[in-house]
Design a binder for this molecule. Structure first.
Ligand SMILES: C[S@@+](CC[C@H](N)C(=O)[O-])C[C@H]1O[C@@H](n2cnc3c(N)ncnc32)[C@H](O)[C@@H]1O
Length: 211
């Protein structure tokens, strides 16, 4: 077995074998060959197709944007007259072009001016996820906090009629998160894209038609 004494796998190969998330599957390979750094692009593509979120000329905020698949997808959809702001703790690994602003920072700390100067936003995306600790309840609670932070930003800086997408780890706070989004958006949908890995607890909450 991988990682056991006597295994032929060592180092990175052994770590990949132990962690299914590190193993490139068909979607990872398809994303890379299409020029996207991560397979997550297919999740946004499905959400976009189902909810008709992204259009030419829109202003988009992408929270938790690194390595950059969602931002690259969104920038292609909004075209040269749109504008995208991408924020993450980590730097993006892709270049987004002239109609994007990429900032390295914490969504809890980014100065309000960034949103004021670049908004109001037609779409606020949050694929933010905590670094998983292995303690399921703690990870779920942190994921819920990230959703609430994204929602706070969207409430203030989303334009009337705008949309909101946030990843959440399914758990005890899910209903509260959904209800909080429903207070601000006329419609709320829960989507688990087909490309979410079978053992993952992530789902996406989509708010449509901001009041
Ligand atoms: C699943 S990845 C996002 C993938 C990205 N949507 C893409 O398509 O390339 C989750 C990201 O959330 C970021 N993140 C977590 N907490 C954050 C915070 N407080 N502020 C900003 N980014 C955060 C992580 O650094 C990580 O890059």
């Amino acid at each position: 077995m991988a990682g056991r004494r006597g295994s032929s796998l060592t180092g990175a190969a052994a770590r990949r074998a132990q962690n299914p998330y590190k193993k490139p599957d068909q979607y990872t390979k398809a994303a890379k060959s299409a020029g996207f750094p991560a397979r997550s692009v297919f999740k946004l593509e499905e959400i976009d197709k189902r909810c008709r979120l992204l259009r030419q000329g829109q202003r988009v905020l992408d929270l938790g944007a690194a390595p950059g698949s969602w931002s690259l997808y969104a920038i292609q959809k909004i075209g040269p007259h749109g504008h995208l702001v991408a924020i993450d703790l980590d730097p993006l690994t892709v270049s987004l072009g002239p109609n994007a602003t990429a900032l390295q920072g914490d969504a809890f700390d980014v100065a309000n001016d960034v949103y004021v100067d670049n908004g109001p936003f037609d779409v606020v995306l949050s694929d933010m996820a905590p670094r998983t600790s292995g303690m399921r309840e703690a990870d779920q609670a942190r994921s819920y906090e990230l959703v609430l932070r994204a929602l706070d930003i969207a409430r203030v800086h989303g334009s009337p009629g705008s949309s909101f997408v946030a990843k959440i780890f399914m758990g005890p706070d899910f209903d509260k998160a959904r209800a909080a989004i429903r207070e601000t958006y006329a419609e709320v949908r829960t989507i688990r894209p087909e490309t979410v890995r079978k053992n993952s607890i992530e789902v996406f909450l989509v708010g449509l038609k901001k009041r």
